[in-house]
Ligand binder design. Structure first.
Ligand SMILES: NC(=O)c1ccc[n+]([C@@H]2O[C@H](COP(=O)([O-])OP(=O)(O)OC[C@H]3O[C@@H](n4cnc5c(N)ncnc54)[C@H](OP(=O)(O)O)[C@@H]3O)[C@@H](O)[C@H]2O)c1
Ligand SMILES: *[C@@H]1O[C@H](CO)[C@@H](O)[C@H](O)[C@H]1NC(C)=O
Length: 323
């Protein structure tokens, strides 16, 4: 059994590396669309991965950089960091637009789209990095309150997560795809999704299912809009403060993401490469690509690894009532 898993993993890894190498043979997008002409919008740029990506784009000297998030004060900080990066890199000055807004609000996204049209006549690159976490076992949330109230609490938490992880990406897609298609010579969209969408984990039922919804949404959109280069980016745990956004008020059980998680710098660099080489799916670390297939072949093995990572022990089963 163990050797079979290892053999399958080796075979799949070799295939994955092969495909990765093929993608490097393609012409880079930045050769067709020079950075000095590229107009970039990052949704979820006030912290974390989106913020680090904004700094990278500024250092590359893109023409325009729109940064979106709900917290205007944080966006102002990021805009300042980006301007400093530009100066340090000695690139032509990037115009940074701080655009406060909620990506699940239609009016906010329409206002931002109109502003991009007025300022830069359109957009070339859209990164959807915004999202919210949820950290508790589903039935624990229900047990906060007895009976129907507890079930209602689960529904309320799930709708907050749906708003942040599905409706937001949905509104962004519907609002920006027409502008992207009509204004860019090389339109690209990168969705910062999650490994949790393809390999389930305990304590992540609401998070994983709402992220999986937007992954499937963007995968289907990629077929409906074949001239847009879509990238689905699926990282494992990343350093930072993402767990503070938990819509269920939960706390993390796994080891400290700042010590064991992926580095934001590495994640941002991998995102930039993926867009430049037109990669459709990116797992980070890359070994998670083959691992996701191993889940379908040997689910129990991957389930036990997931329980270990999240230090999860199922609650004891209650005594069965004899009739
Ligand atoms: N950190 C991880 O371990 C990890 C692992 C896998 C995948 N991911 C995914 O990576 C993405 C970024 O995570 P991160 O680690 O960078 O987390 P983060 O530091 O919490 O950043 C999330 C960003 O999204 C923005 N945001 C959230 N809800 C929004 C809304 N309704 N409208 C507009 N902006 C909104 C936040 O800004 P405001 O609060 O100012 O609105 C913030 O800028 C998420 O989609 C997450 O699912 C993270
Ligand atoms: C991890 O680092 C972020 C800053 O990147 C900080 O805000 C957060 O509190 C840290 N988390 C832990 C658990 O130390």
């Amino acid at each position: 059994m163990a050797t079979m898993i290892t053999n399958a993993a080796i075979l799949l890894s070799t295939l994955a590396i092969g495909f990765r190498m093929l993608s490097f043979l393609r012409q880079r997008r930045s050769a067709r669309l020079p950075r000095a002409r590229e107009r970039v919008l990052i949704i979820g740029a006030s912290s974390g991965i989106g913020r680090t990506l904004a700094q990278h784009y500024a250092a590359l000297g893109v023409k325009g950089l729109g940064i979106v998030g709900r917290r205007a004060d944080k966006l102002a900080e990021v805009a300042k960091e980006c301007e400093e990066r530009c100066v340090a890199a000695g690139t032509e000055k990037t115009e940074v637009l701080a655009l406060a807004g909620d990506f699940a609000e239609v009016a906010d996204m329409v206002r931002i789209r109109d502003e991009l049209l007025a300022k830069w006549d359109g957009i070339d690159t859209i990164i959807v990095a915004a999202g919210v976490s949820a950290l508790r076992p589903l039935l624990d949330i229900a047990q906060d309150k007895p009976g129907a109230e507890g079930i209602q609490r689960v529904v309320d938490v799930a709708s907050l997560a749906t708003r942040g992880n599905y409706i937001g990406p949905l509104v962004a897609a519907v609002t920006f795809i027409p502008l992207l298609e009509s204004s860019s010579p090389s339109p690209s969209i990168l969705l910062v999704n999650s490994l949790a969408s393809v390999i389930p984990a305990p304590t992540r039922s609401i998070y994983a299912s709402t992220k999986a919804a937007s992954l499937k949404l963007y995968q289907a959109l990629a077929i409906e809009h074949p001239h847009i280069a879509f990238t689905q980016f699926m990282p494992s745990t990343v350093e930072g403060d993402f767990r503070a956004s938990a819509v269920d008020g939960g706390t993390a059980r796994e080891s400290d993401p700042n010590k064991t998680g992926l580095k934001r710098e590495d994640v941002a660099r991998r995102c930039l490469d993926a867009i430049d080489y037109g990669e459709k799916h990116v797992w980070m670390p890359w070994t998670m690509g083959p691992s996701h297939i191993v889940y379908w072949l040997f689910p129990r093995f991957v389930e036990s690894r997931a329980s270990k990572k999240y230090h999860y022990t199922p609650p004891p089963r209650p005594a069965i009532q004899q009739g």
